[in-house]
Ligand binder design. Structure first.
Ligand code: NAP
Length: 283
């Protein structure tokens, strides 16, 4: 039987730390502020943005929402980003992805000032992660590292396998594990004999986007299993990339979905926003 890693509890303690520091900054006359841009009416994006706003509220961070219509032009969006980049009272800027198809996401990511890029998507911040010299870590992989830390599991020398190589999860996840002295293998859709590789992992991170893809055959006895996936099962119910019921008896630690990595992503966004405010005010 695995120990369940409680992402809700860990995220609450991260948010409490952030809240305490935000209050201290307020005493020094600094109000921490996150600007959130949402374009169009994608329902999943709306839920994510609402959750981020709620987390800001809980941490005492001011959030400003810029809800733009779906037909917003690239120029209008770039003008808004320029304006927010220039404002001293805005510490972090986040543009909720995906954007409507006619908008160029890369151009948007590149336009957000690296100092305000609390998602850590800008190439400058991505480069920082590669060389281990960074201000911001991407929220989801940073959240996974916090979850592993909460178990007191020592990653040094461990065999870690990450399934997925996206720019926002898989690749930075591998970098962070490497920086923690793990030996890391990154797998993807062209990997040959994924089961054989995954089932040798001491730590298995699934970031695939396929409901319940990882079953017990992919998991070594006693492995730490981290499920980044946010998928829907055949009944439309939220689930992860890991088939929890089959994997849980074999793992030593496992994250549930919901209540695992998801809450951590938002907590780390709060932490990055706080960090941005401190850095911009030389604190
Ligand atoms: P993505 O950009 O679609 O990347 C998926 C990765 O999985 C790709 O690298 C892909 O390989 C690999 N893959 C797909 N099918 C595979 C297969 N059969 N065998 C091995 N690898 C396979 O997705 P993402 O943005 O990284 O997100 C992954 C999951 O995490 C999704 O469920 C997403 O909703 C979730 N997510 C959750 C959070 C959170 O806060 N909890 C945050 C972000 C994402 P190729 O590169 O070869 O195509």
């Amino acid at each position: 039987m695995a120990q369940i890693i409680d992402g809700k509890a860990v995220s609450m303690s991260v948010k409490q730390r952030v809240k305490d520091e935000v209050a201290l900054l307020k005493e020094k006359g600094v109000e921490v502020c996150l600007a959130v841009i949402i374009v169009g009416d994608d329902s999943a994006s709306r839920v994510y943005v609402n959750n981020k706003k709620k987390a800001c509220e809980a941490c005492g961070i001011k959030s400003e929402e810029y809800a733009l219509p779906a037909q917003t032009t690239q120029q209008e969006l770039m003008d808004l980003i320029d304006e927010l980049n220039a404002r001293k009272d805005v510490n972090g800027i986040l543009c909720q992805l995906p954007l409507p198809k006619h908008l160029d996401e890369k151009m948007v990511i590149d336009a957000i000032s690296p100092e305000k890029d609390v998602d850590a998507f800008h190439p400058f911040n991505v480069g920082g992660i590669m060389i281990g010299d960074y201000t911001y870590l991407p929220c989801t992989p940073a959240g996974v590292m916090e979850l592993i830390k909460s178990t007191c599991y020592d990653l040094k020398g461990k065999n870690c396998v990450v399934i997925g190589r996206s720019n926002i999860v898989g690749k930075p996840m591998a970098m962070l594990l490497l920086q923690a002295d793990a030996t890391v293998t990154v797998c993807h859709s062209k990997t040959v004999d994924l089961k054989a590789i995954a089932s040798k992992a001491d730590v298995l991170v699934a970031a695939i986007g396929k409901a319940k893809f990882v079953n017990a055959d992919y998991v070594k006895e006693g492995a730490v299993v981290i499920d980044v996936g946010m998928d829907r099962d055949e009944n439309g119910k939220l689930c992860g990339d890991v088939d929890f019921d089959s994997v849980e008896p074999k793992a030593s630690f496992i994250t549930p979905v919901p209540g695992g990595v998801g809450p951590m992503t938002i907590a780390m966004l709060m932490q990055n926003t706080l960090r941005a405010a401190k850095q911009q005010n030389n604190i």
